[in-house]
Structure formats: C-alpha cells, structure tokens
Design a protein around this ligand. Structure first.
Ligand code: ATP
Ligand code: PRP
Ligand code: NIO
Length: 490
C-alpha cells in the first residue's frame, strides 16, 4: 500500500495554540492520558463497527512538521517564538496507544482508543484521529446494517460520485468492505486496499449507439461472460430486457453466459420479478439481476418483503454519505494527568449525566458466557484491576447502580490492544480480509436482539465497582471544592 503522508497541519488551530501555550508555560512535556469514544449510537443501530485505525497508524508513524509547515505557522501568529519551531522540527509521536482492532463491535462510552503521551502530542493528533475514526466507523456501521438486511446477497458499493470528496470515497469504500460489502466501484480503493471491484455500464453507453441492441452487443463483445447490461435507458420491459435476452441468447450460442442485467429505476420489485420470469423463460437462468437507485437498508428490506428477485444490490449515496446520520460525534477527552510519579484521574462534568466523563486509565473487557459463547455485557475497569473469571461477577448499570446482575462461568476478553509503545508501532496491521473475518466473528458473539436494525435491545456497558467509586469520589471532591470556594467568596 502506497499512501501519501498526512500533513501535521491536518488539525484544528486550537491544538497548535495550546501546544504553544504549553511551550511558553514549560508544561509541554507533561504526560497526560486521553480516551477516544462516542456517546450515542447512529442510525438507531444497536452497535458501531470500529474502523479507521489503519489510517490513524499511518498518520502517527509519519507525523512530522516540514519546513513548509513551519513557515506557514510562522506567518500565522507573531507570538510564536523560534524555539517553538525547533520543538516542532524535532516533533515525533512518542506516546503509547491502545485501541480496538478494526471490525470490533463497540458501544457508547467505551474507550475505542486509549492514549498516553506528552500533552502537546496528544492535543495535536486529536482532530485527525476523530476525523478518521468517526467517519470510517460510521460508514462501516451503515454497511453492516445493509449487510444484515441483504443476508447472503451480493452488495456493491457505488458511492464515489456522491461522496463528500475523494478521501471519503476511498476510505469509505474500505469501511464498507469491513462492514460486509463484497466489492466497490472505486478502482483506486481496489488498487490501494485490494478490495474486489465491480462495474456494469452507464446510460451514456446505451445513448452512444444508434440502438440499444447495438449497444448491448458491443458491450457483451468486449466482456463475454462478464457483461451486466443496464436495461432501463428507454423502456425496461418492452425494450431493455428483451434486448438483453436477445444478446444473452447470442452469447449462449457461443457457449458464453450473460452475467447480468441492472435495473436502475421504476418499481424494482415488480420489474425484477418480471425480469426473472422473462430471463428464465428464455433459458437464461444463470443471468443475475442487479438493482440500484437510491437504495438503503430500509428500501432493500422492503423490496425483499415484496418478493423482489434481486441478486445483487448497488448502494451509493445513502451509504457513503451516512445519509441519515452524517457524523458519529466521536469525542476525545482527557482522563488522567501524570503528576509526581503517579497517574491522577481527571473528570469533565456536565449537567447531562451521560456526558460526565469516566476518569482514569481504563481497560475494557467483553464478558462472554462460556456456555453459549454470547456476550453478556462489556465491563470498564481501572487499568490496575484484574477480572477474576473464577468468581461470579456483579454487573450494574452505571447510571442506575441498583440494577444488578450476577454473571457466572464467563470469559473476560480484553478489547484494547497495544498499538504504539513509546512511539514505536508494536501492532501488526491485519489484512483487510482478516479484518472482515474478525468483524463477522464479532457479530457472532451477539444475540440477534442487539443486531436487528430497528429498535435493538440495548447492550450494557458497565463500570467495575472500583471505577464507579473512583468516579463518584472525584465528582464528590469537585463539588466539595466548588462549595468551599463559594464559601470563601460569600
Ligand atoms: N417496489 C418498491 N418499493 C419501495 N421502494 C421502491 C420500489 N421500487 C423502487 N423503489 C425506490 O423508490 C425510489 C424511486 O426513486 P425515484 O422516484 O427517483 O424514481 P426512479 O424510479 O429511480 O426514476 P428515475 O431514476 O428515472 O428518476 C428509489 O429510492 C427506489 O429505490
Ligand atoms: O443511487 P445511488 O445509491 O446513489 O447509486 C449510485 C447511482 O449512480 C448511478 O447513477 P447516475 O445517474 O449517477 O449515472 P448513470 O448515468 O450511470 O445512471 C447509478 O446508476 C446509481 O443509480
Ligand atoms: O458499476 C455500476 O453499475 C455503477 C458504478 C457506480 C455508480 N453507479 C453504477
């Protein structure tokens, strides 16, 4: 894979201003820890498919300020002193990162990435990591929803022309593949990531000839055995399908097969049923029916319920733009400060209890029932805690701690993997096909109740007793200190 390096300037200006203010304050080397996570599930789905790590790794491994970047920053603000630029010249990512492998099924408020490092490096990279992971996870999740409905049908990603620019098309194609699509129409994504590609032809091919039949013949001559003919340019039932059948029969005489037809407008259920019947009656039983036209998981579900005879679905706009939820809303919050030789948890308080951060360096375990192999819940713990699999585990809802359940005979599977240690990558990036397989294995851990696309059952992410106590103590200490300060002022 040959990807261009990503500029260190791919960040928000406030990261640079904070870096400078830390430099002036002589606190730039202070060590901090952050968590990257999201707070609410997109599309009404029951889970998110984690994606974006590979791009994040590539970014972090190559993160440098070039002389040109430095020149630009010099022109940006007259306060920046030359010694700050020396710091940027020697800048390298030196931190520790743990993250979920791509393809993992993840839930709100779980650290998807846990980072430790100097405060300035962790500030600098926040924006890019949220950018990559937020978008790619969103598309992988949308793709997984569509896969859930399509079952074993072929799914083709057609979104590039409607995507929010080039990176979204290319990395979106990769995310869609992770989420379960079979192929992409984007040949760059095919080349860079090794994703299978697929292509039919457009209406312009048909318009380019004096007749539809001539157009179909010419296309089939170029790709005997692979041609998928678009049948809706003029009249699907009266012209497109009969012409495709004529070409299919001509191919048959040469010992070849018309691979498929594509329906791109009209009543896809009605037309596909008619088309299947016409093709079968002509003896073209192997010719597949591809459909496209503003599809998403709901339309596909509906078409299937109408008995549509569609073998392959081409999905563009609504997948690649995450049409019904254009951002995951991932966040990156400081969770701990290293002071006087130890980590001290920090918290961000909000009037909305679900937005109060969970402090400290944490691990996350998937609690899996040993008998049926199904996940019972995820458990966030403090880093130093061990989960003892030989004893019953009490899980409770962090916002409603009186709701408790006891779990026995379980495995506690740690989800965060070491990715960088002191700036060195310690993680071997899996191949895309390994990621896809891992994603499928992940899905098999969950009951269908959590996987259905409409009103899924909530999957629980709980805090260990110790972590919950730490959070309550910190909240208590902060409110006490605010009270004390207000007392002084009164
Ligand atoms: N049987 C069906 N049931 C439910 N939705 C359908 C059915 N057939 C097609 N659709 C969907 O209805 C929408 C029709 O889109 P639209 O009104 O733009 O017309 P079109 O048939 O695509 O024609 P054109 O491309 O010529 O504008 C698409 O989202 C398509 O996927
Ligand atoms: O509907 P989407 O899910 O976004 O899928 C992509 C659409 O892009 C193409 O149409 P377009 O009109 O751009 O080109 P065409 O001339 O090939 O029909 C294709 O025929 C699909 O309808
Ligand atoms: O191959 C196709 O049919 C295709 C590709 C991209 C967009 N629409 C259709």
């Amino acid at each position: 894979m040959n990807l261009p390096p990503i500029s260190a300037l791919h960040t928000d200006k406030y990261q640079i201003t904070m870096m400078y203010a830390h430099f002036k304050n002589k606190t730039h080397h202070h060590r901090r820890a952050f968590d990257l996570y999201f707070r609410s599930l997109p599309f009404g789905n029951g889970y998110v498919v984690f994606a974006g790590l590979e791009r994040a790794v590539h970014y972090l491994e190559n993160l440098r300020f070039t002389e040109e970047d430095i020149e630009y920053l010099r022109s940006m603000n007259e306060h920046f002193e030359p010694e700050f630029f020396d710091l940027l010249r020697s800048f390298r990512f030196t931190g520790n990162i743990h993250a979920m492998p791509e393809g993992t099924i993840v839930f709100p408020d779980e650290p998807l990435v846990r980072l430790e490092g100097t405060v300035i490096e962790l500030q600098l990279i926040e924006t890019a990591l949220l950018n990559f992971i937020g978008y790619q996870s969103l598309i992988a999740t949308k793709a997984a929803r569509i896969r859930h409905i399509a079952k074993d049908d072929m799914l083709l990603e057609f979104g590039t022309r409607r995507a929010q620019e080039m990176d979204a098309a290319v990395w979106g194609a990769r995310a869609a593949y992770i989420g379960g699509f079979d192929a992409t129409s984007n040949t760059l994504a095919g080349n860079v990531f090794g994703i299978p590609t697929s292509g039919t032809h457009s209406h312009s091919w048909v318009q380019d000839f004096d007749s539809e039949l001539e157009a179909f013949r010419a296309y089939a001559a170029a790709f005997p055995d692979q041609a998928v003919l678009l049948v809706d340019t003029y009249d699907t039932l009266k012209s497109g399908i009969p012409h495709a059948i004529q070409v299919g029969l001509e191919l048959k005489q040469q010992g070849k097969t018309l691979a498929g037809i594509r329906l791109d407008s009209g009543d896809l259920a009605y037309l596909s049923k008619k088309a299947r019947k016409m093709l079968d009656e002509a003896g073209l039983t192997e010719t597949k029916i591809v459909a496209s036209s503003d599809l998403d998981e709901f339309t596909i579900l509906n078409l299937k319920s109408q008995g549509a005879k569609i073998d392959a679905w081409g999905v563009g706009t609504k997948l690649i733009t995450a049409y019904d939820r254009p951002a995951l809303g991932a966040v990156y919050k400081m969770v701990s400060r290293y002071e006087n030789g130890e980590w001290k948890p920090t918290i961000k308080i909000s009037s909305n209890p679900s937005k109060v951060t969970t402090p400290g360096l944490k691990n996350i375990y998937r609690i899996v029932d040993r008998k049926n192999g199904k996940a019972r819940g995820d458990l966030l713990t403090l880093l130093e805690e061990q989960v003892d699999e030989s004893k019953p585990l009490v899980l409770f809802h962090p916002l409603q701690p009186f709701r408790r359940k006891k779990v026995k005979h379980f495995r506690a599977i740690p989800l965060l993997q070491p990715i960088f240690k002191n700036g060195e990558r310690v993680y071997e990036l899996p191949s895309l096909d390994e990621i896809r397989r891992y994603h499928q294995q992940q899905l098999s851990l969950f009951w269908e109740e959590h996987l259905r696309i409409l009103n899924p059952e909530e999957y629980h992410v709980d805090l260990s007793e110790n972590l919950w106590q730490t959070k309550q103590q910190l909240l208590h200490d902060i409110y006490e200190s605010i009270k004390a300060e207000n007392g002084h002022h009164d």
